[in-house]
Write a protein that binds this ligand. Structure first.
Ligand code: ACM
Ligand code: ZN
Length: 521
């Protein structure tokens, strides 16, 4: 089973047979905590039968903690909250074979309180049904966050009544009804859906519809490929904040989540520097640098979110300024700001570990093989983090510049996500033993028609590894001959140097000549 129990699991004699119709007793628990269990097992709750499954709230336990005793007679669960009960019931579903659950006494709870997967549905759009398929599978591994990246340079993916040009311009989007359905489905499975609206960079999806919110106000088009685009939201004009207040209000209504991700990564300042409004704002506020203006911008957005009852999360790029809004949670993805993240953590800031070189699943298995993912350890660049500076969670990310089909998306996620699920719930065990346990999960995934990366490609080596990685990196570097595109982006500088630099992060120096030789073909 994945994740392994983080506590004690003492096997007993015999097994419990799960009847088609079962008496369920709930004490201090909302009825919603059993709905995914009934769904997954195809059972119904009986009001007449003797109670064979009892679930009781126990305030002495942590919110996600549970204790469970399975005998041949009945199952008794105590849990700190509905979510703890959901994890107990998930354990039952995962252990059930031929309608029987082996008798056992279990005490279990997660190591980390945020165990997530980010899916980018802006670069390429994936139907709501696909998102639910993924949610079901990560929930089976007791992950509790789907971070949903819903707006970027390639599109805005949320139906908006207030600003309909947003979804109309992008064409592919989730209706409000679909979003509510995804959120409900996730909630019943213990998963919080955290939306991300990336601001102030990666916003051509917004600006293609409402260009007046950039510095120059000139019309722009949606991006048709990856990159870091120069045109971003203007931080100087008050009208930008008025627009965001209405827009974020509408988005927040759709998501009951405690957190809201405001992005903040890769925001080039080139247009701010020549914008009279941004210059004026910077001067008025007496800000020393342009990163501080982004800090101010993030503070304004954080204030809006507070009004809507949300706590903000940002990427660690924002830590380039000291002007980080109070209460911000930070997601570490790039080693470039590792020092700043370490300092942020030392001062008690909450952070999530998502190192791009370790747990980005848009990278093929040749760059981030399963074994490497399972062996990742939260760190600040070269420094491992100290005991009191550890992250509150781990989150794998799948960016989709190069992923179009659901099949491909699923293969990138499964089975690598089990490594992150287990690290965050129970911590690392022996890799060989973990790989064996994955094989059971793979059988189930195939029954659920999920596309899983075939085992022989989990940890590729040699020439096959180099070729796959090279094809990916070359596509990521873009086509150097497109002058209009090169003009609109700050990064990457297309071509060989980019590919070389990226390759050094994933390959040993001795592999690099063979890799770069492929450039000549
Ligand atoms: C990121 O990968 N730009 C957060
Ligand atoms: Zn401006």
């Amino acid at each position: 089973m994945i994740p392994a129990v983080n506590g004690v699991c003492t096997p007993g004699e015999g097994s419990f047979f799960l009847p088609q119709s079962i008496g369920i007793g709930l004490a201090g628990m909302e009825e919603s905590c059993i709905s995914a269990f009934l769904d997954r097992t195809g059972r119904t709750r009986s009001r007449e039968e003797k109670l064979r499954l009892r679930i009781r709230r126990d305030e002495a336990l942590a919110p996600e903690e549970y204790r469970m005793r399975i005998t041949s007679e009945d199952i008794r669960i105590r849990a700190g909250s509905e979510r703890g009960a959901i994890w107990a019931l998930t354990t039952i579903v995962n252990k059930m074979r031929n309608n029987r659950i082996p008798c056992a006494t279990i005490a279990d709870q997660p190591k980390l309180r945020h165990r997530g997967l980010m899916v980018d549905c802006a670069r390429h759009f994936f139907p709501a049904e696909e998102i639910k398929r993924i949610i079901e599978q990560i929930a089976r591994a007791k992950m509790n966050v789907l971070h949903w990246h819903l707006a970027d340079d390639q599109g805005w993916r949320i139906q908006s009544d207030r600003f309909p040009l947003l979804h109309e311009t992008s064409g592919q989007y989730y209706t409000k009804e679909e979003i509510r359905d995804v959120v409900r489905f996730a909630g019943e499975r213990g998963v919080e859906v955290i939306p991300e609206i990336d601001l102030p960079g990666h916003t051509l999806g917004i600006l293609a519809a409402y260009p007046e919110h950039s510095c120059g106000g000139k019309p722009v088009r949606l991006a048709d490929r990856g990159g870091i685009y120069k045109t971003i939201l203007c931080a100087g004009k008050e009208s930008t904040y008025g627009f965001l207040e209405e827009l974020l209000g509408e988005v927040c209504e759709l998501f009951p989540s405690e957190y809201f991700h405001i992005g903040g990564d890769e925001a080039p300042k080139s247009e701010w520097k020549t914008c009279p409004d941004c210059q004026k704002k910077k001067e008025e506020l007496g800000l020393a640098g342009w990163e501080d203006l982004q800090g101010y911008f993030a503070g304004r957005v954080a204030d809006l979110l507070k009004k809507y009852g949300k706590k903000p999360v940002c990427w660690n790029d924002l830590l380039q300024t000291k002007n980080v809004p109070e209460g911000m949670r930070c997601q570490y993805w790039t080693v470039e700001y590792a020092e700043q993240t370490a300092e942020f953590a030392r001062r008690g800031g909450e952070w999530i570990y998502s190192d791009m070189f370790e747990i980005y699943f848009d990278y093929p298995y040749s760059m981030s093989p399963l074994k490497k993912v399972y062996e990742t350890t939260p760190h600040f660049g070269k420094k491992p983090c100290g005991k009191d500076e550890g992250p509150v969670g781990m989150e794998a990310c799948v960016w989709t510049e190069q992923i179009r089909e659901s099949e491909n998306l699923e293969e990138r996620i499964f089975p690598r996500i089990y490594a992150v699920a287990e690290l965050a719930w129970s911590g690392r065990g022996k890799y060989r033993e973990f790989e064996k346990r994955i094989e059971d999960e793979v059988l189930r995934l195939r029954q659920d028609a999920i596309h899983v990366m075939p085992k022989e490609r989990w940890n590729p080596g040699g020439k096959e590894r180099r070729e796959e990685a090279f094809a990916f990196l070359k596509a990521m570097g873009g086509t150097p001959d497109d002058a209009a595109w090169a003009e609109s982006v700050e990064m990457p500088e297309p071509g060989k140097e980019f590919v070389y630099n990226m390759a050094t992060k994933f390959f040993r120096p001795s592999d690099l000549p063979a890799l770069m030789k492929m450039y000549r073909r």
